[in-house]
Write a protein of this length. Sequence first.
Length: 119
Amino acid sequence: MGRPKHTTFIDNWESQVRKGVLAYVVLLCLQEQEYYGYELINQVKTLTALDIAEGTIYPLLNRLKKEGLVTARWVTMEVGVPRKYYRITDDGHALLEQMTASWTTLNDAILRLRTWQRA
């Protein structure tokens, strides 16, 4: 039995959508509390069902840190290795507001298109 038509296209499209919204999702999570990397991965998976890996989240967190949108601090644990905790900055909050406005506009436009096509 063969793969359904356009499976590769939809796989690629879904991957691009996930990559495009991941920074937004991470900042949304960090607006409530700070997380260390692995904990953030689990939070994103739990809240969004997005399957992300360490190889995806850490480069993104480094880019967000470089842009001044998050800060990081090492915390020594009583047991185990130190953990790097990430927190959103004031600039990150401001950007998150802009991202939310953009997301809302895009989502509203898509919903209008879907409604229009059914009419």
